[in-house]
Design a protein around this ligand. Structure first.
Ligand code: NDP
Length: 296
């Protein structure tokens, strides 16, 4: 037989199962590397592929996921809300958060929208030895990630929650929806940054859900520089690039416990992996793959 003038790929076969990521743009995403490392570790004939989808093509893309027999996809910015009307069902978490980051395709092609950000965040908190149950929490930010974090914290039984945001009306509307679901958790919306000082001392767990401090704007601070942290407090920053943000630096100097956002990214991926495959995700392998990307 004549040899082709290029090496043949030998690891994708007619039985390979596909999952992937839809978003726009997605070339920066670490998810393909993280999931493919997990498939390789478990010797699974699955592949995770990047699927860049322009905003005007979301409906067609979701129909394509069903038609092409993918087992599922992750969904990232800016499509997390836009995919929802194209799905058959949503999990309670996705419906409450109002966003889907994981689509599961059933045997008959039915599409279920899930959100693993909330569970990923809470799983990472617990992996770091922090149980949100009963805690007084202060969350800064009221965008998409804050909706998942507030849902996750309330579902995990946090004691009370204060939500600070530059646009207070957005924080009010987020909490109005969450109060319906969790009437027993006292939740208050306040203005950022004016109310940082008045809200800080009482909080046991502080969570940044804004993009302030994210590379390349390293000076951004979702806090008030004059307000000190206490050694008993835990400060969690969803921002994972850089690994140690200005917020975490200040908190660390004051003796607070600090956690960066990379663990949440890994755990939301691990939970999606488990929903698609039914296999336990090799979280350490996924973490190593992500650390390679971030040179850590
Ligand atoms: P959104 O755009 O939905 O929300 C941004 C939030 O940041 C809003 O509350 C906004 O306030 C606030 N904000 C932005 N700029 C400023 C500013 N200059 N001053 C005060 N507030 C500001 O973003 P997401 O919620 O999707 O993401 C937020 C961050 O979380 C990003 O850095 C993202 O990378 C990270 N993230 C990390 C994840 C992980 O797995 N670790 C998962 C998801 C997100 P306002 O409402 O007033 O505009």
């Amino acid at each position: 037989m004549t040899q082709p003038p290029f090496p043949l790929p030998t690891d994708i076969t007619a039985k390979t199962t596909l999952v992937g990521l839809i978003g726009w743009p997605i070339s920066h995403s670490v998810s393909p590397l993280m999931h493919n490392a997990a498939f390789a570790e478990l010797r699974m004939n699955w592949r995770y592929v990047p699927l860049p989808v322009r905003p005007e093509r979301v409906g067609e893309a979701v129909a394509g996921v069903r038609a092409l027999g993918l087992r599922g996809v992750n969904v990232t910015v800016p499509h997390k809300q836009a995919v929802m009307p194209h799905l058959d069902r949503w999990t309670p978490a996705a419906a409450a958060i109002g966003a889907v980051n994981t689509i599961l395709v059933g045997e008959e092609g039915e599409l279920l929208g899930d959100n693993t950000d909330a569970a990923g965040f809470v799983t990472d908190l617990r992996a770091n030895g922090v149980d949100p149950a009963g805690k007084r929490v202060l969350v800064v930010g009221a965008g998409g990630s804050a909706r998942a974090v507030v849902y996750g914290l309330a579902e995990a039984g946090c004691g009370s929650l204060v939500l600070l945001n530059r646009t207070v009306a957005k924080a009010e509307s987020l909490l109005a929806a969450m109060r319906q679901l969790f009437p027993d958790v006292p939740m208050t919306a306040r203005a950022f940054p004016d109310c940082v000082a008045a809200s800080a001392a009482d909080a046991e767990l502080l969570v940044n859900c804004t993009s302030l401090g994210m590379s390349p704007n390293l000076e951004g601070l979702p806090w008030d520089e004059d307000v000190e942290f206490a050694p008993g407090q835990t400060v969690y920053d969803l921002v994972y690039n850089p690994a140690v943000t200005r917020l975490l630096q200040l908190a660390s100097v004051d003796g607070a416990r600090v956690i960066g956002g990379l663990g949440m990214l890994i755990h939301q991926g691990a939970i999606a992996f488990e929903r698609w495959t039914g296999e336990e995700a090799p979280v350490d392998v996924m973490r190593r793959a992500v650390n390679v990307v971030f040179d850590r």
